[in-house]
Design a protein around this ligand. Structure first.
Ligand code: BGC
Length: 366
């Protein structure tokens, strides 16, 4: 009898221990799931607060998503993106930026009498990140734009450009980067080749779909002149003060222009053999014309811009060969362009407001 009750007691004891263990296991699993869902709810609430745009309600953002413009390139079809890469840290619900930015102010006062202090420009543009990169935080930019500036010894002009352009480009709600391509050799200046280098170097960094080619001394006088790409190559500096606020001639394509990657590749990029001042922009115009493209332009008033006055640069005298070269674009454009580009990168400097790429362009080929 005593033996039997001992056996019964041991079985009962073991069963009880098992039940208690199962209960503990159940409680711990429930606790883990409860804590995880609490964490996600908390992150979502915080995110809703920090990402709520100051001036746009959620319904405005969703409405903006439906807006598209016929002639702008790369419209994104995404109606909203939920980034769940790290759910507990960040839940983003962003719509596309509107076709026309609500932040634009129109005509601007541009003057060059007071020198610019770059510390001040950095402080005034805290959202511009290293290398001169920016993208809007409350909507997805419609275009990824690389701004290419051919450069040599124009530090003061660059300061004005950064001072005026960074606020404008941010108001235009672009995902952009600024690339200053510095000709760091002893040869005659070669603007178009520097632009080709800028195209190639910018694409090594980011998936840009649009390229703005801008002289360093040209500042737009109206922020509605958006630095983006259109269904046709765009000439942006259409009414320069230097030319009495009008086009010097209908085929003029100098100063500031934009091209999508596709448009640029269709013309094999720009010529590499225009050394010295003049002609390269006419050659680019010829290329576009030969490939059946037309030039899109903003209206005269919106396309107004100011040029910073300066003496002619050393090693940039007018190129005597330019007339002959322009006459032969049709023959040369297949073999001279982005497909024949060669150069050496000497230095890459990441400043807060821009990326400076110093290059050796080599020597003229005859
Ligand atoms: C040159 C261009 C220049 C234009 C306006 C033309 O003669 O070939 O390169 O942009 O004049 O100055």
């Amino acid at each position: 009898m005593t033996g039997d009750s001992n056996v019964n007691f041991t079985v009962l004891h073991r069963t009880c221990k098992l039940v208690v263990l199962l209960c503990l296991l159940h409680i711990s699993v429930t606790l883990v799931f409860y804590l995880r869902s609490f964490d996600i709810r908390l992150a979502f609430v915080q995110n809703q607060q920090s990402h709520k745009p100051k001036d746009l309600t959620t319904s405005k953002i969703l409405k903006d998503v439906e807006l598209t413009e016929q002639d702008s390139v790369q419209p994104r079809k995404v109606s909203g993106v939920v980034d769940v890469a790290n759910v507990s840290e960040e839940i983003k619900i962003l719509g596309n930026c509107p076709e026309t930015s609500p932040l634009l102010v129109g005509p601007l006062r541009i003057e060059f009498s007071t020198p610019v202090n770059l510390d001040m420009v950095r402080n005034e543009n805290p959202n511009v990140k290293t290398g001169g990169r920016f993208k809007p935080s409350n909507c997805i930019a419609l275009q990824k734009v690389a701004i290419i500036i051919p450069f040599r010894n124009r530090e003061e002009h660059l300061k004005f450009w950064l001072y005026y352009l960074h606020p404008i480009l941010q108001r235009q709600q672009l995902d952009y980067g600024v690339y200053v391509i510095n000709q760091d050799d002893n040869e005659v200046f070669n603007r178009a080749k520097l632009l080709n280098v800028g195209y190639a170097e910018a694409l090594k960094e980011y998936d840009y779909g649009c390229f703005i080619f801008s002289d360093v001394d040209l500042i737009p006088m109206d922020d509605r002149n958006t630095y983006k790409c259109f269904s046709q190559p765009r000439h942006l500096s259409v009414s320069m003060d230097k030319f009495g606020f009008r086009l010097p001639y209908n085929q003029y394509f100098g100063g500031v222009s934009s091209m999508s990657k596709e448009q640029y590749l269709k013309i094999n990029g720009f010529p590499n053999n225009y050394w010295g001042w003049g002609g390269e922009d006419d050659d680019i115009y010829n290329r576009l014309n030969i490939k059946g493209m037309s030039i899109s332009r903003p209206s005269g008033p919106i396309g107004k811009c100011r040029m910073i006055r300066h003496e002619r640069d050393a090693k940039n005298d007018p190129n005597p060969q330019r007339f002959d070269r322009i006459a032969h674009t049709r023959d040369t454009m297949q073999v001279d362009g982005i497909n024949s580009l060669s150069y050496k990168v000497v230095r890459v400097e990441k400043e807060q407001l821009y990326t400076k790429i110093s290059v050796d362009l080599g020597k003229p080929s005859q």
